[in-house]
Design a protein around this ligand. Structure first.
Ligand code: ZN
Length: 397
């Protein structure tokens, strides 16, 4: 990145986010090492893409931006009460288990509630919906998209930098094609979003060189070379940085934490609140004694996971005084999946959302330019992107 005499940006900064392009794929395959020689493994943001994306866009962690898991136990502000009443009337109940029907209901709910962010009901039941809130009600990628926290779009508008940020609703092919066009037109800041590798790796976690994953990587390589060609065609200086949010951990076993908690006889909504993600069980205690009984119920799973300490929560950027993420969080060991959960009734071949220190958890950053030493986690991408256009900032190279 170079700056003109008046301090304005004269080069083109290109960022390509590839969801689930973890270090577990980048390192063994040497992905694009000829084009992007500067590279390193970085720490993922604890949580899922629903936490990583707001962290990438704002530089804040869940303790500040409030996104950990798509659903949160929050009966006092659930937007789903009316929708749940309507869903409870639907017959037969088995209809909810059909993916197509759930997709259709999700769309209807999204429209009815005016949600502009990514929305899926997953396995949320009409009985549980009135107790939960949804964290991604707004489109996070647009100016003002993150309540109370400035995102990269806000910063670009503030700095008056001509920019393009992908529409996350579009397929990868389109976003890469539109991105290449924007680069060719000389747009100063281009952020391209792609999510299809994540879906593929959930299906074929290991080995990382699975033929379908391999084919997708080859396809990304080809599209990235097009971005490079478009940048070169402008005759202006440019930098290209590709980054990801996590890798993918192969399935080793499943645990039925929900069954164990329900076997205590405690009543959801009266004695305790619960959100079951694929790797996290987040619990809110509503009655005295509930904590002891739930901890006892999970004691047999001591080999499969553990309760996070306050120190763990702080280290991972998820500790909140208001306990918005639950009074306690149980994290399963890498490879273990909570089944059933609010997110699915069956395990997937690969999953993320484990301990960030696990080898498969590591994200990757690679660039045409040297990467500043302080880029050590997904949470640092925001500062890296901002440094490229901030007047008087350190720049990328
Ligand atoms: Zn994923």
């Amino acid at each position: 990145m170079t700056k003109g005499e008046d301090g304005t940006v004269k080069g083109i900064s290109i960022y390509l986010f590839i969801d689930a392009l973890g270090w577990d794929v980048v390192e063994p395959t040497g992905f694009l090492s000829d084009v992007l020689p500067n590279r390193r493994a970085v720490d993922m943001q604890f949580g899922y893409s629903s936490s990583a994306i707001p962290t990438i866009l704002s530089g804040r962690q869940p303790d500040e931006h409030g996104h950990l898991g798509l659903f949160a136990w929050a009966p006092e502000r659930s937007p789903f009460r009316r929708v749940a009443r309507i869903m409870r009337l639907m017959r037969p109940r088995a209809v909810f288990n059909r993916p197509r029907v759930r997709g259709w209901i999700s769309k209807a709910v999204k429209r009815a509630l005016g949600i502009t962010g990514y929305f899926q009901l997953y396995q949320m039941t009409p009985e549980k919906l009135p107790y939960v809130d949804y964290c991604e009600k707004r489109d996070l990628f647009v100016p003002g998209g993150m309540e109370g926290v400035a995102n990269i779009a806000d910063e670009l508008v503030r700095a008056g930098v001509p920019h393009h940020i992908s529409d996350w609703r579009r397929p990868d092919e389109e976003n890469l094609a539109i991105g290449a066009k924007e680069i060719g037109m000389g747009t100063d800041f281009v952020f391209i979003y792609t999510a299809e590798l994540d879906a593929l790796r959930h299906k074929f976690a290991a080995p990382s060189v699975n033929p379908e994953v391999k084919a997708k990587l080859a396809w990304y390589r080809q599209r990235i070379l097009r971005l490079v060609a478009a940048a070169k065609s402008t005759g202006r200086p440019w930098t290209l940085t590709v980054f990801s949010d996590h890798g993918m951990t192969p399935l080793t076993k499943t645990v039925d934490l929900k069954g164990a908690v329900e076997a205590t006889g405690l009543v959801l909504g009266r004695d305790y609140g619960a959100c079951y993600d694929s790797t996290l069980f987040r619990v809110t205690y509503l009655k005295p004694g509930a904590r002891e009984r739930i901890e006892a119920a999970l004691a047999p799973f001591a080999g499969d996971g553990r309760w996070l300490t306050e120190g763990d929560e702080r280290e991972n950027g998820v500790w909140r005084r208001d306990r918005a993420f639950g009074d306690a969080i149980f994290l399963v060991k890498p490879g273990v999946q909570i089944v059933p959960s609010d997110m699915g009734l069956a395990p997937l071949a690969g999953m993320h959302g484990f301990d960030p220190r696990d080898v498969h958890s590591k994200a990757a950053v690679m660039s045409t330019a040297p990467i500043p030493d302080w880029v050590r986690g997904v949470k640092d991408y925001f500062r890296l992107m901002k440094a490229g256009f901030e007047v008087g900032g350190p720049g990328n190279n």
